[in-house]
Design a protein around this ligand. Sequence first.
Ligand SMILES: [Mg+2]
Length: 362
Amino acid sequence: MSQTPVIRALRARAVNVPIRRPLATATGAVTHGPLVLVDLDTDAGITGVGYVVTQGGYAVKPLALLIEGLGEFVQGDPLAPFAVEQKLRRRMTLVGVQGLAMLALAAIDTACWDAAAKAAGLPLARLLGGVPRSIPAYNSNGLGIMGPERAAAQAVELLEHGFKAIKVRLGYPTVAQDLAAVRAVRGAVGDAVALMSDYNQALLPPEAESRARALDGEGLAWIEEPVRFDDYAGCARVAAAVATPIQIGENCWDVHDMRKAVDAGASDYFMPDLGKIGGVSGWLRAAALAAPVGLPLSTHLYPEVSAHLMCVTPTAHWLEHMDWADGILAEPLEIRDGHALVPERPGNGMRWNEAAVAKYLA
Ligand SMILES: [Mg+2]
């Protein structure tokens, strides 16, 4: 029996990585991926890595400090992801395990699981008991609020790498403009392409219900976040009013929020965010919560690690492909025929492109 490695040090670096296709949503424009990269060193010479997305350049440096501060609590501890996660949660009880604190926990947890998988010589999916496979993915890059003509042109570009599913952002000033964008994209890509849509929490429930009804005949794969993310009753009202499935989850903190959403019947589908749900450990609990109620789970951001987790998610649905980390990865996640290929190399498959990291340091 080999010895469990011991955690030696934890480093966090803030980067702002330019995005290939800037994205305008109902909540604002995204031009850079504000990421914090974590490196967790062990005494076995193994380094685990992970990143989290802050959704704002202003937050990357504070989050990096937070991660390194929390990391001091686990220096000298055995490389045991569950034990590390539980210890940090206890330490954070009075701060609150959400917001930047939760992202910090998720980043450390993700790096811990990567190191554990590398120590075992297994890809993360195999360490967790799954088999790496190809995961159906939709191309979520681009296709922001850009008007029907530009949206139609970009939709065709997004079918690169054999993608057969894409997502259009909605929340234009009027429902007529929403419909025009959906129809322009549909006209450009044809009926065989699955078309997701996303309001990014832009509407109040009565308006959400009427817009969702107007969209109900458009054959959308789902309508995402029509209302404020934690208005579960309002979202349930929209879900009950239309046939098109309602998707939420990316802004829920931890499985405790997710449980409230599930109990309220807030949506037909759910999409935990690896960071906000609590890293790999949090995702496993989300998958366990979704299974008994048959709730299809899709991923949000973080395609590299999320692809492994879909291999051990009983109700796995769609992987969201976002390329925000591609600019700092030595081997970005490979997409073929519209599927993400879960790599067989040990760990979560991520390795930093150090020259790029140095270039984009915040
Ligand atoms: Mg969304």
